[in-house]
Design a protein around this ligand. Structure first.
Ligand code: PRP
Length: 183
């Protein structure tokens, strides 16, 4: 769905679909050269990373395999605690493989920081992160990221995989949700 369809529900467009397309192409080219000749497993974190994974993997020109995890962060309300529970684990064995975690957004960084340790503990040859979005002002832990698409302000954003109450994931771009929608 185009952002124009929800102009009454958003306050600001942060990243358009066209900007995402061109940044994803750049990121894919960097990944192609970094992982050329290597056995790389793209690990998508459900559900938000679905769009990014689909576009990034198709823009890459080296062969990759893909797998998915679903995790849930324990916490009070919207505050992430850093304690993560696996809802759906990988089907693949990561032992000796180069793992690239594909994430839609790094907010506090707690989910990814846990995920990196978890995948390294399983014996992955390397664990790196490609995230489309990052909120530097929301960071609670430093996460070493290989590639970031866009740094964005610490606001409630939706679109391109990101939801509010499961809505807006199919928007082509990323926008700030209007407070009237959730208040
Ligand atoms: C979002 C996002 C990351 C995580 C980032 O997922 O996809 O996985 O939060 O937050 P953090 O950096 O503060 O840990 P969410 O739990 O909203 O699930 P979803 O992808 O299914 O919407």
């Amino acid at each position: 769905m185009d952002l124009e369809k929800v102009t009454d529900q958003i306050t600001k467009v942060l990243v358009t679909g066209e900007q995402i397309d061109s940044r994803v192409a750049e990121m894919a080219a960097e990944l192609d050269s970094k992982y050329d000749g290597k056995d790389v497993l793209l690990v998508g974190v459900l559900k938000g990373a679905v769009m990014f994974m689909a576009d990034l993997s198709r823009a890459m020109q080296i062969p990759v395999t893909m797998d998915w995890m679903a995790v849930s962060s324990y916490g009070s309300g919207t505050q992430s605690s850093g304690v993560v529970r696996i809802l759906k684990d990988l089907d693949a064995d990561v032992l000796g493989r180069h793992v690239l975690i594909v994430e839609d957004i790094i907010d506090s960084g707690l989910t990814l920081s846990w995920l990196i340790s978890n995948l390294k503990a399983r014996g992955a040859a390397s664990v790196e992160i490609a995230a489309l979005l990052r909120k530097p002002d929301a960071a609670k832990v430093e996460v070493d990221v290989l590639l970031v698409g866009f740094d964005i302000p610490n606001e409630f954003v939706v679109g391109y995989g990101l939801d509010y109450a499961e809505r807006y994931r199919s928007l082509r771009g990323v926008a700030v949700l209007a407070p009237s929608v959730y208040s």
